[in-house]
Design a protein around this ligand. Structure first.
Ligand SMILES: Cc1cc2nc3c(=O)[nH]c(=O)nc-3n(C[C@H](O)[C@H](O)[C@H](O)COP(=O)(O)O)c2cc1C
Length: 189
């Protein structure tokens, strides 16, 4: 099993990063091979809606997302971890998610070549917000969960945390355990 972790926070060592590491530790403990991608260290432009991917599935923008798309296809599960920025996901995560466009054709069906690799792929989410009310992150969950349903992926769940200062979530054993369990679930057939 290959589990991919995708970090959408630009704050390395911050709350989303800590929880993603917990999830990947859970996956590793369940015997999986893990890989982490830190989006802010990659060059990922926003989708241009040029339509070139519609026919071939190949994105016209030649940046780091080309390799990331390959990594997504090879993974059995993808766990995303992202903080709330202005009641939404970070710009790094949104640029990445919009580039999933290349997986679909002009009728918004999965490209035939990708279908076997995407069908049933597990997808999970971790959100962090400064607000004590974790439901502040619900718009992000809606975005990922709906994308998962649309792409016929296997939604394995979400962990929602509250933390404001850098690394504050490290004190929250309960939510760290939830993230660990999400990783274990991702790696369990
Ligand atoms: C630009 C920016 C916008 C933010 N907007 C929100 C917000 O709308 N709601 C909220 O609850 N927290 C907001 N926060 C707080 C972060 O979600 C919070 O600090 C979180 O712990 C950051 O996670 P990280 O350490 O993984 O980067 C914002 C932080 C930044 C830098």
């Amino acid at each position: 099993m290959k589990i991919l972790g995708v970090l959408g926070s630009p704050r390395i060592g911050g709350n989303s990063d800590i929880l993603l590491d917990q999830a990947l530790a859970g996956a590793r403990a369940a015997g999986a091979e893990v890989e982490k991608i830190v989006l802010c260290q990659k060059k990922i432009s926003g989708c241009l809606d040029c339509g070139k991917c519609n026919k071939t599935g190949a994105c016209a923008i030649k940046d780091d997302m080309i390799d990331i798309q390959k990594t997504i296809l090879e993974a059995d599960a993808v766990i995303h971890s992202v903080p709330v920025y202005f009641w939404a996901m970070t710009s790094q995560m949104k640029a990445y998610l919009d580039r999933w466009c290349a997986f679909f054709d002009g009728e918004w069906s999965m490209h035939k070549a990708y279908r076997p690799k995407m069908k049933g792929k597990k997808i999970g989410l971790i959100t962090v917000c400064g607000d004590p009310n974790v439901s502040t992150a619900d718009p992000i969950i809606h975005s990922f969960k709906t994308t998962a349903e649309f792409a016929r992926l296997n939604w394995i769940g979400v962990v929602q945390a509250t933390a404001a200062s850098k690394g504050e979530v490290a004190k929250n054993e309960a939510v760290k355990k939830q993230a660990y369990e999400l990783g274990r679930k991702a790696a369990t057939p």
